[in-house]
Design a protein around this ligand. Structure first.
Ligand code: C2E
Ligand code: MG
Ligand code: MG
Ligand code: MG
Length: 289
């Protein structure tokens, strides 16, 4: 929990609030300062083809907050608060910039690996987002295929027409779109009819159980077929072992991500991991040792 004592005590205006509210205010104050001090960093988790080659087709950027006192803070601990306080657009702006900058660096090192960024519900309400992304790609001299965006089904819960229009605009720009955590939201099937997306990322709740639980296995197998019938690419999340990878291969799953393939790591470690691997058809030279 984030309720630990703040370095400078609770803010004056928080007097009388309960611990939870005080902790929230403290966090917001620290997050605002952290944004100013550029404390947000990205870790990257590779996404590979489900075959013997296991070629890298991209990496997903996952935000962390390098807090001066608390250490590395994970997104589940601060994004909800950021979202509820309208700080999310600032977080997203930083994340998109860091992701594009890193993608540029990898391109320059002969590793043109696309970077996927997670968007939140409020991001899709921001009508300037497509413009902002277009500007970023221009600034870093990147093709739109260098960036992918992941959204959960929940972005469509409020103002679905608006969100769909935004997604359509982004996809028209040539940016690849994915539905994240597929299967855990609501109305999955009805939205599949209209969502302009390229990839379905099947939630790890199903993937991690597909060896031991026949129902989960049936869901994984049939979702692979569903995605393919819709012309979408299917990505299995949360692949933790070789047997699951092999089972996914039998099911015809396209891509996989998970601790069993690679955990999320900082840019330096990810760069080392990427060297010597085949990136979507491009063979990257192994660093001389
Ligand atoms: P997600 O986008 O579904 O990302 C996958 C999460 O599962 C990551 O957690 C990743 O570290 C974890 N994971 C990956 N493989 C495995 C595995 O094999 N086993 C297990 N147990 N876990 C695995 P993380 O980094 O803590 O991120 C959590 C969530 O926070 C993300 O879920 C995403 O929804 C959100 N998030 C992360 N970064 C951002 C961001 O920059 N912006 C926004 N809006 N949301 C973000
Ligand atoms: Mg994601
Ligand atoms: Mg996910
Ligand atoms: Mg998730």
């Amino acid at each position: 929990m984030y309720a630990a004592k703040a370095a400078h005590g609770p803010p004056v205006f928080a007097t009388g609030l309960d611990d939870h509210a005080r902790a929230r205010l403290t966090m917001l104050e620290e997050l605002r300062a952290g944004l100013e001090r550029a404390e947000l960093v990205l870790h990257y988790q590779p996404k590979v083809t489900v075959d013997a080659a296991a070629r890298v087709v991209g990496v997903e950027a996952l935000v962390r907050w390098q807090h001066p006192v608390r250490g590395l803070v994970y997104p589940d601990a601060f994004l909800y608060t950021a979202e509820s306080a309208d700080l999310m657009s600032r977080v997203t702006t930083v994340v998109l910039d860091l992701a594009c900058r890193q993608s540029r660096a990898w391109h320059d090192q002969g590793m043109p690996v696309p970077v996927a960024v997670n968007l939140s519900v409020s991001d899709l309400r921001d009508r300037t987002l497509p413009e902002q992304i277009g500007e970023l790609l221009r600034r870093y001299g990147l093709p739109p295929t260098a960036l992918e965006l992941e959204v959960t089904e929940s972005v469509l819960m409020t103002d679905a027409d608006d969100a769909l229009a935004q997604l359509g605009r982004l996809r028209d720009m040539g940016v690849r779109l994915a539905v994240d955590d597929y299967g855990t939201g609501y109305s999955s099937l009805s939205y599949l009819r209209v969502l302009p997306v390229d990839d379905l990322k099947l939630d790890r709740a199903f993937v991690s159980r597909c060896l031991g639980d026949p129902r989960s296995a049936a869901i994984v197998h049939s979702t692979v077929q569903l995605a393919h019938s819709l012309g979408m690419c299917i990505v299995a999340e949360g692949v933790e072992d070789a047997d699951t990878f092999e089972r996914l291969r039998e099911y015809g799953c396209d891509l996989a991500q998970g601790y069993g393939i690679a955990r999320p790591h900082d840019a330096g470690t990810t760069t080392a991991w990427l060297r010597g691997r085949e990136i979507a058809g491009v063979v990257v030279q192994r660093a001389a040792v």
